[in-house]
Structure formats: C-alpha cells, structure tokens
Design a protein around this ligand. Structure first.
Ligand code: PAF
Length: 304
C-alpha cells in the first residue's frame, strides 16, 4: 500500500490508472477507523479495481468550540487497517496542502444542509461539501462509499455530485453497530464507562419509534414522543433533535403513510451521537396490518 500525501501526486496516480481503464473506488474518512469504516473499505475493495482511502481530519467542518482538537487520531492503526483490507493508497493530505494560503472557494448545498445537523452545526455541511468536492477532484474516483449513519451527509453528497456533474457513483452502506446497538463512530472512544453504558439508548429510542410505526401509529408527533420518552429516562443524555422525516427531503412528516426516516442526535458528556433508522409504515390489507419488508434503504435525492 502506498502512502500519498501530496494532492498532485494523488491526482497523477489516479489519472494514470483512469487512462488504462482501471476503475477507482474511494472511501473518504477522517481516520480513527473502526468496523463501520472497515465495512465500507471491504465493499469498496470488492467493487473497484483500485482502492483509495483518505484520512484527513477536515478542519472546515468543525465550528468554533466543537471537538476538532479532541477528535481522535490514530494514523498508525488506520494505515495498518487499510493495509490489511488491501487498499492500494492511503491518501493523507496535510491541512496546508488542502487549504493553502489564499484558499477561497466553498461549496454549499443549502436546502439539504438547512435542517437537523445543519441547524445544530451551522458551518458543518459547507465544510463537508467543500472537502468532499476537493477530494473527488483529487482522487477522481468512479465510485465512493459512505455510511448510512451520516444519513444527511450521504444525501448532501449525492446532491452535490448530481448538481456539479462530478460523475462519481455514491454507494451508501448500512450502519455498523456495537452488540448493544450503538452505531459505530470514531467519537465513541471518547465516551467514559458511564457514558458508554447509556449511549445505546439513542438506538433504543429509534427502535421505540420504529415499533410505534409498526404497530400502526401514523401520527408523527406520537412517534416522536415515543422516541423522546426513552431519552428522557436518562439524565446523562441531552437531546439535540429527534425527528420523523420524509427520507427523500428530510422535511418533518405529520403523518407516516409510507416510508419515514427517524433521525436522532443526543449529547452525552462532551460527545455528540447521531443515528437514524429508515422505517416503512405497514400496509393495511383486508383490515390487517401487514408489515413491509424494509431493508436499509436510502433514496436518491427527490427529483425536482
Ligand atoms: O464522514 C466523514 O468522516 C467526513 O465527514 C468526510 C466525509 C470524510 C469528510 O471529511
């Protein structure tokens, strides 16, 4: 596995392979790799001829007072994981290589970034959209893999690829969970023992919402209350939002008639956790509720 630090060298490597007709797969990360990343890297390894994993803690997606300086970093372990998973390149640009003096351009996807994560973290999605656009411009992948845990991010990336004609196919993989249901995240290592013990309640709350929908509750505010009742039991958890939304637009729903995405973000100590579940309302057949089989599902952006 090669370690490439310069964007110019990365672009030259990719350009050479593209000319030979080699398909390039890409997994962008901020490092501190875990089994969620591993599942993306494995899928990417199977789905492309050449595989690039980037490790770059992107400062522009952290707002003032957020956890940029405390964000976990484990470069040696990340490289070892990439090597074991047979990545061809670990791309590790420096901050000055990505944002040299005089850097000006930003990318925004205003509609998708308006709610939820974007409302709580106002600069976050502009930073994500900008760095992903830059990484795609450097790595020039044919395919890129993202995790469903960051549902809104995945939607935003799909939208920007479409709007800017970037020609990258975005593949979204299911969230990987700890045995108690906690969604894997690089930030989980910062949870204390006490915090870790209650962190999976976010997933429990989403499950509670899903069960309510499966029982036939179609009133979104009743489902939201069912989710909130779980979080309210635990004083260590503070809710940023718990929402029942249209999976294609992320607008809050009032009634759940087909699919919904349940979005949740809570704080435990200094750590923020986010998670989501996509749920199908049961169909009524001859007076009986019939549950729809719902695999993990993430829609393409709604047509305009
Ligand atoms: O999901 C992440 O780890 C980051 O937001 C990403 C996509 C690598 C951009 O910095």
């Amino acid at each position: 596995m090669r370690i490439i630090r310069s964007p110019a060298a990365m672009a030259a490597w990719s350009e050479g392979l593209r000319r030979e007709g080699v398909t390039i797969g890409f997994v962008p990360t901020m490092g501190a790799l875990h089994d969620g990343h591993r599942s993306l890297i494995r899928a990417a390894r199977l789905g492309s001829d050449a595989l690039v994993v980037s490790v770059f803690v992107n400062p522009t997606q952290f707002g003032p007072g957020e956890d940029l300086t405390r964000y976990p970093r484990s470069l040696a372990r990340d490289r070892a994981l990439c090597r074991r998973e047979r990545a061809d390149v670990c791309f590790e640009p420096t901050e000055t290589a990505m944002y040299p003096k005089g850097y000006q351009t930003v990318v925004t996807v205003p509609e998708i970034a308006r709610r939820w994560e974007g409302a709580v973290r106002p600069h976050h999605f502009q930073g994500v959209a900008t760095v992903v656009t830059k990484l795609f411009g450097i790595v020039r992948p044919h395919f890129a893999w993202f995790g469903q845990k960051d549902y809104q991010q995945a939607m935003l990336v799909r939208q920007l690829v479409k709007d800017l004609n970037l020609g990258v196919k975005i593949i979204v993989r299911p969230t990987v969970r700890e045995p108690d249901g906690l969604a894997m995240s690089s930030r989980n290592v910062r949870l204390s023992v006490e915090e870790r013990a209650v962190a999976a309640m976010l997933y429990t709350s989403l499950q509670e919402g899903r069960e309510a929908i499966r029982r036939g509750i179609t009133n979104a505010s009743a489902v939201q209350k069912a989710m909130a009742s779980v979080i309210e039991q635990e004083p260590l958890l503070t809710t940023d939002y718990l929402a029942v939304c249209d999976p294609r637009t992320l607008e809050p729903l009032t009634r759940i008639t087909s699919k919904a995405v349940l979005l949740g973000a809570v704080r435990v100590g200094s750590v923020r956790l986010i998670d989501n579940l996509v749920v199908s309302a049961p169909r009524k057949r001859r007076g009986k509720m019939v549950e729809r089989i719902s695999a993990t599902w993430l829609p393409s952006p709604a047509p305009r």
